[in-house]
Design a protein around this ligand. Structure first.
Ligand SMILES: [Fe+2]
Length: 456
């Protein structure tokens, strides 16, 4: 850990922002059937659009000390079938905090790990859907109706923890994860089978205890991110809600771990400068042996501002990682402020042509629009959602299993600041101008983190 420098402004950290406007929690769990729709929901969409985010279940005693990353998890879901929006549900993710506050039936499962109310992502791993978070949390198994059914450590096979950002290999259906817990100077690489057990586990020494939020997956490698936000013992001792700090002396590198390799096989490659990345887009193996990975890249993180994921936005970059020279070259793909890169997940690990992000040029108010990147042509198509309309992460759903890339639907929860309600907006990815359907939820859905389409 480097010495704290004196040439930076005092750390801005008033977390009360995250408790106001559409960051504020909702208090009720509701179930609403037969939602109103403008336009026509594509009949082939049969499944649930789920998302997860922080939603403190009890009043926050010291709002200034609150950090958005820590709020109680709440999942939201809209179920589509036969051209209809059959229901909307929201449910607290029932970790120990929720159980203590609201009671209800006990949640089965192992007690090891950090029993948090996972607030970061919700996705299918093997055959089940889990609410997931990083830094020591056990995945929480959800029912179709979003009730928390069990804590899971994948039948005792899980390593020390799991992550909010695993990648599913579309060729095998296996789930690849890079995980960490703050206590240990290491990360772990875990491969979860389609039956939901870990079959491959590698300890990766990571001195300095960096925050490792996401990963890359190519057909050959898992890409490990070791970047300069590290655990701060001093911050933890002082009771800091998020005891991580900017630590440029830590350096910044990515590691190429052969999918079936051991820690000794990792090829570490230095990054130019000291950037920070929460979220990667796609990654793939280029024909010349390099590895290409797209990222939402920050200049720094938690340097002067603990709110900086919102206050100091990321730009979209491409890293080309050369395992021979052990160098990374970077190219700015788009200089607009943006985050939450997504792509057609049938192409995880391969050279996808398109990426979809959302505009973060008006943060912390909210994400104002959708950006579609043609990575081959180097062009960007964009949509602004209009006054008072603020989008959340966009999910791509192919129009059929064998549809071409980009032939499918872009789906997002969109907050309407005028009505304080939420819409789910569906567009065809090749016709961004006009939504094909807008589903009207009679409730507000707070800004959150991540979600996915779970086909039936
Ligand atoms: Fe994330």
């Amino acid at each position: 850990m480097t010495q704290e420098t004196t040439d930076v402004a005092p750390l801005k950290r008033d977390g009360s922002l995250y408790l106001t406007g559409n960051y504020a929690p909702v208090h009720e769990e509701v179930t609403v059937f037969d939602l109103g729709v403008t336009g026509r929901i594509p009949a082939e969409l049969s499944g649930r659009l789920l998302r997860n985010g922080p939603n403190p279940i009890t009043p926050v005693e010291n709002p200034v000390d609150y950090h958005w990353f820590n709020g109680t998890g709440m999942v939201h879901g809209v179920r589509l079938r036969g051209g209809k929006a059959e229901w909307y549900r929201n449910r607290f993710v029932r970790g120990s905090e929720v159980l203590a506050t609201r009671g209800g039936p006990p949640v089965a499962g192992p007690t090891r790990g950090f029993d948090n109310s996972n607030n970061t992502n919700v996705m299918k791993i093997g055959k089940e859907v889990y609410a997931i978070s990083e830094a020591g949390c056990l995945p929480l198994l959800l029912s179709y109706e979003l009730e928390t059914e069990a804590r899971s450590d994948f039948g005792g096979t899980m390593g020390d923890a799991f992550t909010a950002h695993p990648r599913v290999d579309p060729l095998t259906g296996e789930t690849h994860a890079v995980t960490y817990v703050p206590q240990y100077e290491k990360a772990q690489y875990q491969v979860v089978t389609t039956e939901g057990s870990v079959r491959h586990l590698v300890d990766i020494p990571l001195p300095g205890r960096p925050m490792v939020h996401d990963m890359g997956l190519t057909t050959k490698y898992a890409v490990i991110m070791d970047m300069p936000v590290t655990f701060s013992q001093a911050a933890a001792m002082s009771g800091d809600a998020l005891p991580y700090r900017w630590d440029p002396g830590h350096g910044a590198r990515v590691g190429l771990l052969p999918r079936h390799g051991a820690a000794e096989d990792i090829v570490w490659c230095e990054l130019p400068g000291t950037p920070y990345v929460f979220h990667t887009g796609n990654a793939y193996d280029a024909e010349d042996g390099t590895v290409v990975m797209d990222v939402a890249r920050y200049e720094s993180m938690f340097h002067t501002n603990m709110l900086s994921p919102l206050d100091d936005p990321a730009r979209f970059y491409r890293w080309t990682i050369n395992p021979v020279t052990r160098r990374v070259t970077e190219q700015m793909l788009d200089d607009r402020a943006q985050e939450f890169p997504r792509h057609d997940e049938r192409l995880v690990g391969r050279n996808a042509r398109y990426a979809y992000t959302i505009s973060s040029d008006d943060m912390p108010k909210g994400f104002t629009g959708l950006l579609k990147h043609d990575l081959r042509q180097g062009t960007v198509d964009s949509v602004d959602y209009g006054p008072g309309m603020l989008t959340m992460e966009t999910v791509f759903v192919p129009s059929s299993e064998d549809a071409a890339e980009d032939d499918g639907w872009l789906m997002a929860y969109v907050h309407d600041a005028t009505t304080e309600r939420c819409d789910v907006v569906i567009r065809h990815a090749q016709d961004l101008a006009t939504p094909v359907a807008t589903i009207h939820l009679p409730v507000r859905v707070p800004f959150g983190f991540h979600g996915n389409w779970i086909a039936d």
